[in-house]
Design a binder for this molecule. Structure first.
Ligand SMILES: [Zn+2]
Length: 195
């Protein structure tokens, strides 16, 4: 379904759109944006999505059980949209730059010693820096605070703590943008289970 609604023609008018009552809808709510080939490309806002739809640059794939009242009509709030053109993405050939956030993303915010998952993680140097452990993809892992404290300046063997997996540079992954995001149920058909 493509909405060609003049009331969405400008952002100013869009601000006038009121939200439905069943499920509160806000213009900053997240909407999954898929490329022409159905690969997720971005997580945008409801407001931006409605503008893309009104301009014929996207079509609605999934809606929420909530209506938006526009000047002319009531429409269901989109939850996933697909662009009507192909956006070329260049995924870097090499691994991304090493940073705390990228290590957390690689490890999916999961402690590499006890498997606990949380947004509050720390970085552990497998071979401690004190023993000249380098700051490389192969030597840094995500660890929860208790595991990091327990391991202290010891190697995993010395601390008798086993790593879940051998740390490696991350592979380029077009689905990375979805990691650590709250995924709406209706998005999941467009996302591989192991992304
Ligand atoms: Zn842990």
């Amino acid at each position: 379904m493509v909405i060609q609604d003049k009331s969405f023609a400008s952002e100013e008018l869009l601000e006038l759109a009121q939200v439905g009552h069943r499920d509160p809808v806000y213009l900053h709510d997240k909407v999954l944006v898929l490329n022409l080939n159905y690969v997720p490309i971005n997580i945008s806002t409801l407001k931006r999505s409605l503008i893309l739809i009104s301009k014929g640059k996207a079509e609605i794939l999934e809606c929420r059980d909530a209506a938006i009242h526009t000047i002319d009509d009531d429409v269901l709030a989109p939850s996933a949209i697909r662009l009507s053109y192909m956006v070329k993405r260049s995924y870097k050939k090499g691994p991304c730059k090493l940073s705390k956030k990228e290590v957390f993303l690689r490890d999916n915010y999961t402690c590499q010693y006890c498997s606990i998952k949380s947004n509050k993680m720390t970085i552990d140097h497998v071979i401690p820096r004190k023993h000249n452990g380098p700051n490389t993809w192969e030597n840094v892992v995500t660890a929860c605070s208790p595991c990091n404290l327990k391991k202290a300046a010891r190697s995993p063997d010395q601390a008798q703590m086993k790593l879940l997996r051998e740390p490696k540079p991350p592979q380029p992954n077009p689905y990375r943008l979805l990691q650590n995001q709250r995924l709406r149920d209706e998005w999941k058909v467009y996302i591989p289970w192991d992304c």
